[in-house]
Design a protein around this ligand. Structure first.
Ligand SMILES: C[S@@+](CC[C@H](N)C(=O)[O-])C[C@H]1O[C@@H](n2cnc3c(N)ncnc32)[C@H](O)[C@@H]1O
Length: 226
């Protein structure tokens, strides 16, 4: 199945809002760190329901926000969630961004980058569209050190790239970014039941669930275009 078919299916069955809910606890912490100035132009790469761009408009006075997604239905849903004319959702692929050179101040991406067919090319594309000094805030829950994420590729028909912290930094540098920051952002809000409630459907032990959410959380890598 293609990215488009897979995520069209998610969007039409309402799973875009479920993703937003699952990602928001750590996404909001990372979004707060972005050095967005009023009127800056933002790209949300793999925007899903488009919540991140709308949050940056509402809280940081971002100027123009573009959400890009390979799924037509995701882009359609996202468009329906706002009447803000400075927020626009476009259909496109990470490896060939339909965006002019040096036109974006900051790019955000949550739980999407690793679906790129060619993640190295996607990074190169981002250095093309970002202005000098522009940043790429790349947040992922699927990565090598997060052993609890390793089986996720079995539940989806799209290829996924599982890089380590080190591989993210190296790839960012190879594509021409400076690496400004790399951090694990814990999810302190997700409810973790009492010991006596385990095993759960998804978790054998409480310890594993604590490690997944409170310790590993979301891996954030921040690149800056020189
Ligand atoms: C797991 S969802 C995350 C959505 C959103 N960022 C969030 O935090 O909820 C990944 C999104 O990336 C999009 N996507 C995956 N690979 C893509 C590609 N190669 N080009 C464009 N969009 C892609 C999917 O259609 C999907 O909406």
């Amino acid at each position: 199945m293609s990215v488009r078919e897979e995520f069209d299916d998610w969007a039409t069955s309402g799973r875009d809002r479920g993703m937003e809910e699952r990602h928001w606890n750590t996404a909001k912490q990372a979004l707060m760190r972005m050095p967005v100035e009023p009127d800056d132009t933002i790209l949300d790469l793999g925007c899903g329901s488009g919540y991140a761009g709308r949050a940056l408009r509402a809280t940081r006075e971002a100027g123009r926000v573009y959400g890009l997604d390979g799924s037509t239905e995701m882009a359609r849903n996202a468009t329906g969630y706002t009447d803000d004319e400075n927020v626009g959702y476009v259909v496109g692929d990470f490896d060939s961004l339909p965006i002019a050179d040096d036109s974006i101040d900051h790019c955000w991406s949550m739980e999407a980058f690793y679906y790129a067919t060619d993640p190295v090319e996607t990074l190169r594309e981002l250095t093309r569209v970002l202005r000098p000094g522009g940043t790429f805030y790349c947040a992922v829950n699927y990565y090598e050190e997060n052993v609890h994420s390793h089986e996720w590729d079995q539940f989806i028909s799209v290829e996924m790239t599982r890089w380590s912290r080190r591989q993210y930094r190296d790839a960012f540098r190879d594509a021409g970014f400076h690496v400004a920051e790399q951090d694990n952002i814990p999810d302190r809000e997700v409810t973790i039941p009492d010991e006596a409630d385990f095993p759960l459907e998804e978790w054998d032990t409480r310890e594993e669930m604590v490690e997944r959410y409170r310790e590993f959380g979301t891996l954030l890598t921040v690149g800056v275009v020189p």
